[in-house]
Design a protein around this ligand. Structure first.
Ligand SMILES: [Fe+2]
Length: 180
């Protein structure tokens, strides 16, 4: 591979939803998504699914909702963690900073959503941490189909020499990655 990774970033995910109207409303209300375009199944012959393209800022889309007409959907259950087809584990949204993250916690409360995990500090170095990874603060909720959504702030970055750098810009000298 050339020195510069040709990939810029992981950009979006298209998730399967059982009720398009319900999921569009959910993602609008929770995250403030705007609807860029919505299309019926089969509008383009090669695409037999209904699609909604959602954006947070000015990308055409950062998130896609897909619905297959006629498919008998069921929400994900705890049982699916024991047995079932492979699926993604969770999706995550980064807040601008901790205040914005707390604002999202308030929004989750206002919307009556259950926090299924957290708030938690994913850290083995921060005294508040539970020993997990990323140095970020997170909480998790479920969408209408049971997809796990993480909302977080303050994830560490990795310095050129592999040392973790906290969100405040401090190097965490005891934390280093092997691959730089
Ligand atoms: Fe995560």
């Amino acid at each position: 591979m050339s020195e510069k990774n040709p990939i810029k970033l992981f950009h979006h995910m298209a998730i399967d939803v059982s009720d398009m109207d319900k999921s569009i409303a959910f993602y609008r209300k929770l995250f403030g998504y705007k609807l860029t375009e919505r299309h019926e199944a089969g509008e383009v012959e090669a695409i037999p699914v209904e699609l909604a393209f959602l954006r947070i800022q000015n990308n055409h889309h950062d998130m896609v909702l897909a619905h297959t007409p006629g498919k008998k959907y069921r929400a994900l259950t705890e049982q699916d963690n024991q047995e079932g087809p492979t699926q993604f584990h969770h999706l995550a949204w980064q807040c601008h900073d901790r205040d914005a993250w707390l604002e999202m916690a308030d929004r989750v409360t206002e919307l009556g959503l259950e926090v299924i995990r957290g708030p938690v500090v994913h850290s083995a170095y921060d005294p508040r941490g539970e020993g997990s990874w990323g140095e970020n603060e997170s909480f998790y909720v479920l969408d209408p189909d049971g997809h796990r959504l993480e909302i977080f702030c303050d994830m560490a970055t990795i310095d050129k020499d592999g040392t973790f750098v906290s969100y405040t810009g401090e190097r965490i000298e005891e934390a280093k990655v092997d691959e730089v």
